[in-house]
Design a protein. Structure first.
Lengths: 257, 117
């Protein structure tokens, strides 16, 4: 994770409670202890505190229209596998709004894709947010910031003052803990990788390394999506840009045009 | 359209910031009169208003000449599924449960296609 000087306040506000919990007089004292043999649970608390969990349903909306109208039809036509299964990986999924958004798009399009099934793998480094994501329960404000009203009626159930994603959508997603900086598990081949607004937190070398690892897991005809806050310099060295506005890419050997 | 002047002002300010010009109505009957003079592009509509409620206005709107054209977002305290379903069946394009903020309005306007995404 790369933090500039202006993020010093964020570092302090997020990590000071962790330092206090573990009995350190100061952030510096905790940092010193990390150089020795740190407690695994303390490391876990630090990771949880530093993870950025900002997300929303159908964030920026445009990429989801591209997914529905362009990427999905291409994948269905050009993914030559006997299984007729489409595999999506949403990494840094946070509290789940993004994979649930993808799931709703796939569910809506299912009628146009008879015989196809979908598997969404949603991963995050934070165990805490993954537990929230699995429950699929959101506040009124969270659903209003992105869920079209027809989808709210179709795919959610009102429970008290909250809304829960229905079981048929929840069951489309497998939530799993994964650190993008560790060796990638064998989860391929992936047809669509949604990697939005996470790589910007890494330095350029790390971004390149992560994207190369992701590319190695992809279906040659698959697609890679970045987010609005991501830069595309490293991505264009590894992938072929197919949508500059929404930062969507194909592998260099893809037949997509 | 809301019987609360404060709500009309707050919502109006948000919508004007998006680049729209706004007219206000404190009840459904007044709203009908305004639509007969000039049909708006977008209507933000409360449910519970005196004289003519929001849902009554919506049903009337969709039967008016050019009444199919405005995008309508119901903006109300009613948060249950029955109210939401009734609003959509009556012709609402989107639904906001109060309290609202700028981001909710922006998202709903984008979903309705009246604000660029």
């Amino acid at each position: 994770m790369v933090l500039t000087q202006d993020k010093a306040y964020m570092l302090d506000s997020r990590l000071s409670p962790v330092a206090r919990k573990w009995g350190f007089e100061s952030l510096s004292a905790m940092t010193q202890s990390l150089r020795g043999v740190p407690n695994k649970n303390m490391i876990s608390d630090i990771v949880e505190a530093m993870s950025t969990h900002e997300t929303s349903f159908f964030r920026d909306i445009g990429p989801f229209y591209v997914l529905r109208d362009t990427l999905l039809p291409y994948l269905i036509k050009n993914t030559a596998r006997d299984t007729k299964k489409l595999r999506v990986w949403c990494n840094a999924c946070s509290s789940g709004q993004e994979p649930y958004s993808v799931a709703m798009i796939l569910k809506e399009q299912a009628a146009q894709m008879p015989g196809w099934s979908f598997e969404i793998l949603a991963t995050d480094i934070s165990h805490e947010v993954l537990e929230l994501a699995k429950d699929g329960i959101y506040t009124q404000t969270e659903v209003q910031r992105g869920v079209p009203v027809q989808y709210l009626l179709k795919y959610f159930t009102h429970k008290g003052d909250k809304w829960q994603v229905n079981a048929d959508i929840r069951s489309m997603i497998k939530f799993q803990n994964l650190n993008l900086l560790e060796p990638m598990p064998s989860i391929g081949p992936i047809d669509l990788v949604v990697c939005r607004n996470i790589l910007l937190h890494f330095d350029e070398q790390t971004q390149t390394s992560v994207m190369k690892n992701i590319a190695a897991l992809m279906n040659p005809q698959g697609f890679f999506m970045l987010g609005g806050s991501d830069t595309n310099e490293q991505a264009t060295q590894i992938f072929r840009e197919i949508d500059a506005k929404w930062k969507i890419y194909a592998l260099s050997g893809s037949n997509f045009s | 359209m809301d019987d609360s002047r404060v709500v009309r002002k707050v919502a109006g300010r948000i919508i004007q910031d998006f680049g729209f010009t706004c007219r206000e109505a404190e009840n459904g009957l007044k709203a009908v009169e305004l639509c007969q003079i000039e049909m708006p592009d977008v209507i933000v509509l409360d449910w519970n208003m005196p004289v003519m409620s929001g849902i009554e206005f919506l049903e009337k709107l969709r039967q008016m000449e050019n009444g199919a054209s405005p995008k309508v977002v119901m903006c109300t305290m009613e948060s249950d599924t029955d109210h939401i379903r009734r609003a959509v069946e009556a012709g609402a394009n989107e639904y906001i449960v109060k309290p609202f903020d700028r981001e909710v309005f922006r998202t709903k306007f984008m979903l309705m296609g009246v604000l660029e995404y």
